[in-house]
Design a protein around this ligand. Structure first.
Ligand code: FAD
Ligand code: DLZ
Ligand code: SF4
Length: 507
């Protein structure tokens, strides 16, 4: 029988992966740590360490299941440092004439595999709930796509939180009960930290020596096996899920994690599967361990937002990455890479990102994302930053979140209006402003919170695009009713802030 190579990528660490299920006797599984994947963006060192450590553990796990595995370590002298290079090398070594793999998540890698001189057969990635053709069929002919309706389809498809054909509890969405502002009693027991074993410690040393990227390795405590990822999930369901909904938008300077699950890297690497995660959350509802608003909110993030983002990314193809609907061109301010800042919220969000490769959704959307959008930063630079610094960042999920949801660069495919706010929102949802050099209540002047003037400056400079948006008309009416000299001062302050940022001055 002709030997085939079964390529397993770093985010395909699932024993039930379609390519592994289709492998036959004699086939060789190829896994490779390569420079090209570790540096197509300047990934946070914790992210590289997580991928390599989890890949090594997974290779051991499937060897124990009986697979033949050819594994390339990063510092293997024969390493060609690209995925296709490693396919060619192992094909020669094993006399293989064909490759099979589960379809890669990113357009980037799909294109490379399409151009591989050895034919690559791809199988669908069945770990997702919605298939690529199913999403395309759902989207076809619709003028406007909305996540909420897609989510209902996924509820029907999975049977999650359903009673017959009706939503459990009589409603599809319990968001009205969620989103409480920050309060000191939201501090929760820290999420579990998995002390690196000798093999993972070796990977951490390798990454420390080889990659000089933004981010610290010191706090590395991510699960690198499925069993530890399941323990992390159990910890979340027991200790944090009951409070998840109410606290999901809150931000506290003293707690980077609050009631968040910290499972996105495990889902994205394939250590956990979306359906099993949701089923465990649903079980907590039925045993009375968590309320409906928490469980529904959590399940919506996974079978709703996560699947929807993937669907949009695949539907729009690689051209989506170049979108820049608002024509933003500014450079990313140095604060994003750890430079000094007088803004307490930016300092906190970037600081915890550097320390843990993690920030939760509202920090990403309403602090760092909001600031980049108001400052007119080029969306590809914003995307590169998010793709680099977060532990869970893969292009298929990062690009629609950054370019679509956060930066409105897709012109409204994902968000019906831009996610922008003045300092008042951040003040309401966090305790950051108390420790800030700026005054969140001041609208103009040197000490005024930068979000305040930049918010109105953004609305003013994009008036033609947004004034007729039904969800934004009220804000334009508020602006138009302000005294003309106040508006002029706000715009002058906004100009001055943008000029300072352009000159690389600390804001
Ligand atoms: P929780 O808040 O506990 O949520 C539970 C799960 O829901 C997450 O683990 C995640 O799998 C899923 N989820 C929630 N919201 C989203 C969403 N918008 N898109 C996809 N999945 C979602 N998520 C990534 O996985 N990778 C990224 O690169 C990424 N980049 C983002 C960039 C921006 C600008 C924004 C606003 C959001 C981004 N997200 C990304 C979505 C979200 O912020 C993270 O999934 C979440 O913070 C992960 O932490 P958690 O596991 O504690 O999540
Ligand atoms: C993110 C990542 C990193 C850092 N390194 C590797 C690697 O060395 N080898 C590998 O197979 N995968 C890695 N990955 C995950 C890939 O980037 C991911 O599979 C693609 O982006 C999905 O298309
Ligand atoms: Fe951020 Fe403004 Fe609050 Fe300072 S005052 S923490 S800049 S929102």
């Amino acid at each position: 029988m002709v030997t085939r190579l079964i390529l397993v990528l770093g985010d395909q660490l699932t024993p039930s992966l379609s390519a592994l299920q289709a492998a036959g006797k004699g086939d060789v599984v190829v896994m490779a740590e390569v420079g090209a994947e570790a540096s197509y963006a300047p990934h946070h060192p914790q992210k590289i360490a997580l991928f390599f450590a989890a890949m090594r553990k997974f290779a051991d796990e499937i060897r124990a299941l009986g697979y033949r595995v050819a594994y390339t370590e990063l510092d293997d002298p024969e390493n060609t440092h690209t995925i296709v290079g490693e396919i060619i090398r192992y094909a020669a070594q094993y006399g293989a004439g064909a490759v099979m793999c589960t379809q890669a998540g990113d357009h980037r890698l799909r294109a490379q595999l399409d151009a591989c001189p050895i034919p690559v057969t791809t199988l669908p990635d069945t770990r997702f709930i919605c298939t690529e053709p199913e999403f395309a069929a759902w989207a076809a002919g619709k003028k406007q796509l909305r996540m909420e309706y897609f989510y209902r389809e996924m509820r029907r498809k999975t049977g999650l939180l359903m009673q017959g054909d009706q939503p459990f509890g009589g409603r599809w969405n319990f968001d009205a009960e969620n989103r409480k502002p920050a309060a000191p009693d939201m501090l929760r027991p820290r999420p579990p930290r998995f002390a690196p074993d000798a093999q993972t410690a070796q990977v951490i040393d390798l990454v420390r020596n080889r990659f000089n990227h933004f981010g610290s390795l010191d706090s590395f405590g991510w699960a690198v096996t499925r069993s530890d990822a399941l323990a992390a999930l159990d910890h979340f369901i027991t200790h944090a899920l009951p409070r998840f909904g109410a606290e999901q938008d809150a931000m506290l300077a003293g707690d980077p994690f609050l009631s968040h699950a910290l499972i996105s890297p495990y889902l994205n690497l394939g250590l956990l599967l979306p359906l099993e995660v949701c089923q465990r959350a649903e079980a907590a509802l039925h045993t009375g361990a968590a309320p409906i608003e928490a469980v529904e909110g959590f399940i919506r993030q996974i079978i709703g937002w996560r699947e929807y983002m993937r669907g949009i990314y695949l539907l729009h193809g690689p051209e989506y990455l170049a979108r820049n609907a608002l024509g933003a061109t500014a450079a990313l301010p140095a604060v994003y890479w750890g430079g000094p800042s007088k803004m307490a919220c930016m300092g906190a969000a970037v600081g915890q990102t550097q320390a843990h490769a993690y920030a939760h959704h509202i920090q990403r959307l309403m602090v760092t994302g909001n600031f980049a959008l108001l400052a007119g930063v080029a969306p590809d630079a914003v995307h590169e930053w998010y793709l680099s610094v977060y532990i869970d960042a893969l292009e298929w999920v990062c690009a629609p979140n950054v370019l679509g949801m956060s930066q409105f660069a897709d012109g409204g495919v994902i968000a019906s209006k831009p996610y922008i706010s003045s300092g008042a929102y951040i003040n309401r949802m966090s305790d950051y402003c108390r420790g800030c050099t700026y005054d969140v209540a001041a609208k103009t002047g040197e000490r005024a919170c930068p979000f305040n003037s930049l918010y109105w400056h953004f609305l003013h400079r994009h008036r033609d695009r947004f004034a007729r948006n039904a969800r934004m008309g009220q804000m334009y009416r508020v602006w138009d009713n302000m005294a003309a000299d106040h508006r002029d001062q706000v715009l002058r302050d906004g100009d001055a802030l943008l000029a300072k940022l352009a000159a690389g001055e600390v804001v």
